[in-house]
Design a protein around this ligand. Sequence first.
Ligand SMILES: CC(=O)SCCNC(=O)CCNC(=O)[C@H](O)C(C)(C)COP(=O)(O)OP(=O)(O)OC[C@H]1O[C@@H](n2cnc3c(N)ncnc32)[C@H](O)[C@@H]1OP(=O)(O)O
Ligand SMILES: CC(C)C(=O)C(=O)O
Length: 563
Amino acid sequence: MNYRKYRAFKPVDLPDRQWPDKSITKAPGWCSVDLRDGNQALPVPMSVEEKIEMFELLLSLGFKEIEVGFPSASETEFEFLRRLIDENRIPEDVTVQILTQARAHLIERSFEAIKGAKKAIIHFYNSTSTVQRDVVFNKSREEIIEIAVEGARLIKEIAAKHSDTEIRYEYSPESFTGTELDFAKEICDAVIEIIDPDEENKLIINLPATVEMSLPNIYADQIEWMCRNINRREHLIISLHTHNDRGTGAAASELGLLAGADRVEGTLFGNGERTGNVDIITLAMNLYSQGIDPELDFSDINRLIEVYERCTKMTVPPRHPYAGELVYTAFSGSHQDAIRKGLEKYRKSDSRIWDLPYLPIEPADLQREYEAIIRINSQSGKGGVAFVLEDQYGLKLPKAMHPEFSAIIQRITDERGDELKGDEIYDVFNKEYLTDGRRLKLHKYKINAILDDDEATDVHNAVEIIATMEEKGERFEMTGHGNGPIDAFFHALIESGHLEEGVRLSSYSEHALTEGADSQAVAYIQMVNKNGQGRFGVGVDPSINGASLKALLCALDRMDKMD
Ligand SMILES: CC(=O)SCCNC(=O)CCNC(=O)[C@H](O)C(C)(C)COP(=O)(O)OP(=O)(O)OC[C@H]1O[C@@H](n2cnc3c(N)ncnc32)[C@H](O)[C@@H]1OP(=O)(O)O
Ligand SMILES: CC(C)C(=O)C(=O)O
């Protein structure tokens, strides 16, 4: 790879730069360029109907400025804008923006396209970079300024004949990032002089990273330099329009805002030329995650993805910030453990401040369900498996049981090399702990309370259990006493010779599985043999006693099968 043919971008001489000490405290003005920059980069540009659907989508997200196209470029673009106007589809508080080169016939056609619109931004541009001046235009600086000035004059002149439309202007020195700053200022100042903006009618000066050529801090320096040096800054709206050639379009826009810009142009999911425009969802959600109102609403992200993918025929990658299918999902054990603990704490806490490990925002804010957060494969740990069972099936496995069940799951995921879905995990749990087929079966049981003052027996504050059991097809009855039903059952098993010596009950927990009259209880019991090896058993039954006895038999069975 011949890196020697490339040159490093020259830094900006701005030793007293201010932007590194600034913070973003409010949303910028947003302008969607999905229907223009996004559309012009599609292999199959959107049809009029698709553009209408995208326009409606953008409105529903809250965009107040939407660049609807380059109406002088094609019939589709022209017809689309005419439909928006003629069918009264543009809300009062929304301004449509159109793009045109600073060329007379294109400007004239653009004005035909906006006829009848209540408000419009006429966005005109010409390329100003050293390379474009040299390669594309073969013109001097003065001649390039002349293109912009001529365009501005013509636009103002024609606009004067469109008194029905409230017109604002936007000028872009296209390829700004490759333009010498003094020349960018000179050409913008020349346009400013013609447009003559004031406090009420500000001119939008858009400073595009048409091609992202440098580190984002250099773009920030360029923006700060322009904000400090351009004429009549107070009558301007400084706008950013970044592309993502180096993969730092979002960073460049954010640093550009620190550097003094007021407005951002971008697209949904960063659609646009080459590597795309800056992704407005990322920028807005970055603000949101800092507790700043983004003034755009992405809460219905799944519908947004559906409409976007259908209209543009592009796909949203699974790792796309905030929106991708996998961005709230943890497969790895330590992440799952931290998320599970974080969620548990958050749900119990009175604080509504979101501060969870690995989840910068609450997935539910974008309608992402918790069940998708923790997914299980061979990289997952015990906490994740327990989370899935609790979250999807209400089974709160005791902590001491997590390693045992997770080892069973891990064996399967290792063998399969694939992900195990929630229902598959539950099937394994069911087969392992809840399916009948035990050595010892419980048919029925009776529990008798033994009163304190019962002189006839030697057992006080206790219960007696009489259970009908079955082993290898043979039924038998056993009786036992204890300080509770489980203890009594345990003793009945010992006394009837069904429990090996030295085995003890090591832990017990239970909870209701469902609520209401037909609720079920679940019990978890751990038994440990004389060598200290233990197994859990689980039982589910309408009664808590029934669940416990089943859990005990399940543990016993699993102890028998222990290798
Ligand atoms: C960075 C951006 O995304 S800018 C927006 C880009 N979007 C588009 O181009 C999509 C729509 N564009 C189009 O459909 C066409 O390019 C049109 C209709 C605008 C123009 O079409 P045409 O005039 O047929 O062809 P083309 O685009 O090749 O024009 C090139 C000519 O325009 C000149 N030109 C390019 N940009 C500008 C400008 N902003 N102002 C004045 N002249 C310009 C070029 O120097 C070239 O001139 P030449 O023919 O004398 O060498
Ligand atoms: C027209 C301009 C703003 C543009 O799309 C770009 O420079 O990328």
